[in-house]
Every structure is written in C-alpha cells, then in structure tokens.
Write a protein that binds this ligand. Structure first.
Ligand code: CP3
Length: 350
C-alpha cells in the first residue's frame, strides 16, 4: 500500500490525515539533546551521517510520525558555496556576509557544493534503508530568498532589513545571489532525491516580508523554477512549498508554483485556507506551535479545529512553524492522539 503522505500529496482525501512536525527532531526531546552532546555541536551533528540519521529516527520511534524529515539545516548550502557558518550558543546562526559583486564572484561554482554536502546525502541513504516502510522520507532546502537573508545579513534578522536594503541598492548583485542559490538548490535537492528522498520541501520562512512584485519575483519565481527543474529530472516527485507568512497570497499558490502541496503557517485560519487554498490541492499545517508548550484543552480543541476544517480534501497535519525547545513531549503525544481520534470527549462542550 502506498504511504499515506504520498497518497495525500497525490490529492487523495484520507479519513485521518497523516502527521509529521516541523523540527520534530529537536531540543524538546531528551534523546536529541543526548545525541547532540555526543556529536559535540549542532553543525558536527548535521555532518555526522550516522548521528544525523539517528536523530531523524528518534521522533519516528517515539511517536510513529508518518514522515521523517532529513536532519540538516538550510544554511549548509551557503557553507557549501564557500561561506563561513557557525552557531552562537543561545543566539543562532552566524555567517560571513555577501553584499558586493566581488563577494558574489568569489563563491564556489554550483558543482562544488557536493564536496561539502556529501555527508547529507549519506544521511539520506542511511535513512532510506532504516526507516519503517510506511514512513515517508522528506528532503529539504531553504528557498533562495530566505537563505539569501542570512547570507546578506550574516545572521537572522527580525525584518530581513539588510536583504531588503541590498535589493534596493544593488538589484543586480541581489538577483545574482538569488539566481545562484536557485541553481545550487536544484542540484542540492536533486542529489537528495537520488540518495532516496521521496518528497522535497522548500522552506521560505521569510517569504512574508516580500511585498508586491518582490513576492512574485523572489518568492514565487525561484520556487517555481526549482519545482519545475526537479519534476523534469525526477518525474512524479512531490514538492511541498512553504512560503511562510504569505497571508491571503497563499490563494492560488499551487498553480503559481507548480507544487503538489502548500504548507500553511498559523497566520491564516484553517477555515479560510480550506476555502481558498485547499481547493488547489493538498495543504499541510497549521496548528500554532505554542500548543506544544501549553497543552491541555486548548490543544485538543485547536487540533480538532484544524482536522475538521481540512476534512473535505487532501491534508497533511503539521504545525504552523517548528516546534520550540520548551515544548513538552507529552503534548506532542496528545496532539497525535487527537488527530488520530483516539482521544474522545476530553473537551467539555467541544
Ligand atoms: O524540521 C526538522 O526537524 C529538520 C531539520 C531542520 C533544522 N532546521 C534543524 C535545526 C530544518 C528543516 C531546518 C530549517 C531551517 N533552519 C529554517 C527554515 C525553517 C524555519 O524554522 O523557519 C531556518 C530559518 C533555519 C536556520 C536556523 N537553524 C536557525 C535560525 C537556527 C537557530 C534557531 C534555533 O532554533 O536555535 C537553526 C538551528 C537548528 N536547525 C536547530 C535544529 C534542530 C537547533 C540547533 C540546536 O540543536 O541547537
């Protein structure tokens, strides 16, 4: 029997939606923290294929999620293109910056990325051997705009100001960065598929800060190009696009990007998204991640609201964004039980 996530991605409406969770391998799990300590630090974990496969498998063993997402990071690609990357404990990523034509020209050619990223492909190969046969393996990359925001600023920024500034001041260099990332992302994701990834997800975490024509040029167009190139090379490959913060621009995105599934953040209501986005194909999402911290009746009620709203079409249950380190592993179990309808009548009046 075909895996449930692949069925949903092909447009099938299932009685119970398949489930996985963004950042499902992460610091809220004690077994993840133990393996990360064994690896030394986060980047060493990403490049240690055995241990990266191990942390990918941990949430599958604990919860039986329907999909596993490769354990890696969107910022490994700029590193493979020759940028410096490190993580400041408690603060997040730091990179060397790129804002000039000379710095753009100094990056490595696209073909050179595999030298750095080979351990990631090895992680995928291990996982495709070791995952339970019903579990779908998802590969991923960051979308060019989101990755560019980190390359231009050298760190995460609240408003992506430095990237917007370069876009205004030197459109040619900015577009050159986006084009290079688009080409590199196609090669990176294609290599993941060759290694065994069954579905590809493109994370555009900062798509929402692009306004007007910029949203079309730098969120939609790169995702469309990546999706088209991957599907041409790997016929039938399902693609999930996640332009986070798109708001009412989520409507019509299946067609505009050519993706099989649009992942929704929790900035849109499930009812609105069922009427305006799910009409175009499979949707993924979109329970607010704070319920994994707060739990209780609210979690059960909101989980049911998401499941009920999307019941009439293809749906993969997920959070609206990644699970946070302060989440409780028990709340994750409660969410899964609620989706799979094993918890009944726990919410008074629901
Ligand atoms: O979803 C998964 O479980 C797969 C693995 C994955 C990670 N990062 C592991 C990770 C994926 C898909 C990502 C994507 C990613 N990375 C995004 C896009 C999705 C999103 O969350 O918006 C972004 C913007 C990044 C860049 C990044 N990596 C940041 C900003 C940080 C620091 C913030 C934080 O949570 O600490 C990371 C680190 C990171 N990536 C961690 C994990 C599990 C935490 C690192 C640790 O163990 O200390």
């Amino acid at each position: 029997m075909t895996k449930t996530i692949l069925r949903a991605l092909k447009g099938e409406t299932l009685p119970t939606p398949p489930i996985w969770m963004m950042r499902q391998a992460g610091r809220y799990l004690p077994e993840y923290r133990a393996t990360r300590a064994q690896a030394g630090d986060f980047l060493s974990l990403c490049y240690n294929s055995e241990l990266a496969a191990e942390v990918t498998l941990q949430p599958i063993r604990r919860y039986g999620f329907d999909a596993a997402i490769l354990f890696a990071d969107i910022l490994l690609l700029p590193q493979a293109l020759g940028m410096d990357l490190w993580f400041e404990t408690g603060e997040g990523p730091r990179l060397s910056t790129i804002t000039t034509p000379a710095e753009l020209a100094a990056l490595k050619p696209v073909d050179a990325i595999h030298e750095t990223l080979n351990p990631v492909y090895e992680t995928v190969r291990i996982l495709s051997r070791e995952l339970p046969q019903e579990t779908t393996l998802i590969g991923f990359a960051g979308a060019p705009w989101t990755v560019a925001t980190y390359m231009i600023a050298g760190r995460g920024t609240p408003d992506q100001g430095p990237a917007h500034a370069l876009k205004s001041a030197d459109r040619a260099t900015f577009s050159g960065i986006i084009d290079l990332l688009t080409e590199a992302t196609i090669e990176y994701l294609s290599a993941q598929v060759k290694a065994g990834a069954e579905v590809i997800k493109i994370f555009d975490s900062w798509a929402g800060s692009l306004q007007g024509q910029d949203f079309d040029d730098f969120a939609i167009e790169p995702a469309r190009r990546i999706t088209a190139a991957l599907k041409a090379r790997h016929p039938g490959l399902p693609v999930i696009a996640f332009p986070r913060g798109a708001g009412d621009r989520y409507a019509g995105l299946h067609d505009r990007i050519g993706a099989d599934c649009i992942a929704l953040d929790d900035g849109v209501t499930p009812d609105w998204a069922a009427a305006n986005v799910q009409t175009g194909g499979c949707v993924q999402g979109n329970l607010a991640s704070h319920h994994m911290v707060t739990g209780g009746d609210d979690l059960v009620r909101e989980t049911r609201r998401v499941v009920d709203a999307f019941r009439g079409g293809p749906h993969i249950f997920n959070l609206g964004h990644g699970i946070t380190p302060d989440a409780s592993p028990d709340n994750v179990q409660l969410m899964i039980d609620t989706v799979r309808d094993t918890v009944r009548d726990t919410v008074r009046g629901a």
